[in-house]
Design a protein around this ligand. Structure first.
Ligand SMILES: *Cc1c(COP(=O)(O)O)cnc(C)c1O
Length: 228
């Protein structure tokens, strides 16, 4: 299938899920996960109207963001503290804040900017995954009051890998409930308006459960080739 058809199909699915859950498509940001995709692929997706791109490796993000500075770049992978200074000038937001040492480094390198951060939450407590446990989210956010260059824009999760997107529903719902709990506290440094959840296999369910940013790689670009 051509890139344009894949993007069209995703946009149709977004519209259908929004319809089903009485949401407006304008509430959903399609984040194109371009890891392993070459510059031509990024250019082609941008040509079809995509403006938000996500990368999970610092070097790859910097390389692509320098070529396409007008696109909105999001860092979505585990971020080493020593890479923060390289990544920050290029990104709109970081989806993978999961520890105070990272917050400290972001604060140190922000240079007066406000960096939009998402807390990565390991909702299903998978040993293989990074992220805070659900019960750690609130105390972590309270600590972040002392880091004025960070804004807690939202929560992010990666649901367990499964063939059946319905089995991710309870994960997405739990993240949404955590979002509501935090929003109710009205912390000025943690508006938590966004929910970054849903990937190629489960984004329709994520939208039904309140996602505002869906992160889609293979659904847009086709299978990844890690050997290039
Ligand atoms: C790779 C990746 C995605 C996209 O995965 P697909 O299944 O290809 O859509 C989304 N989020 C994160 C954090 C990723 O690393």
């Amino acid at each position: 299938m051509l890139l344009e058809q894949r993007i069209q199909e995703i946009q149709n699915n977004i519209a259908r899920s929004c319809n089903k859950s009485h949401r407006d498509v304008s509430q959903i940001t399609l984040l194109a996960v371009s890891k392993t995709v070459d510059l031509e692929g990024v250019a082609a997706a941008a040509e079809f109207g995509l403006t938000h791109f996500g990368e999970n490796k610092a070097q790859e993000l910097c390389r692509k963001a320098k070529v396409f500075p007008a696109l909105d770049w999001h860092f979505i992978g585990s971020l080493q503290t020593n890479k923060v200074k390289d990544v920050l000038p290029h990104v709109r937001c970081i989806h993978s804040l999961d520890r105070i040492s990272l917050a400290e480094e972001i604060q140190k390198r922000a240079k007066g900017r406000t960096i939009q951060c998402f807390l990565e939450v390991n909702v299903a407590n998978e040993a293989s995954k990074a992220g805070l446990g659900l019960t750690e989210v609130l105390p972590f956010i309270q600590t972040l009051e002392a880091y004025p260059s960070l804004e807690v824009s939202g929560l992010m999760t990666i649901a367990p890998l499964t063939q059946n997107p319905e089995s991710s529903r309870h994960v997405f719902r739990a993240l949404r409930e955590k979002q509501l709990e935090i929003q109710a506290l009205g912390y000025h440094w943690a508006p938590v308006k966004e929910l970054s959840m849903g990937m190629t296999g489960d984004y329709t369910v994520a939208i039904e459960e309140g996602a505002t940013i869906i992160r889609i790689g293979t659904g847009i670009f086709g299978p990844r080739n890690y050997n290039k």
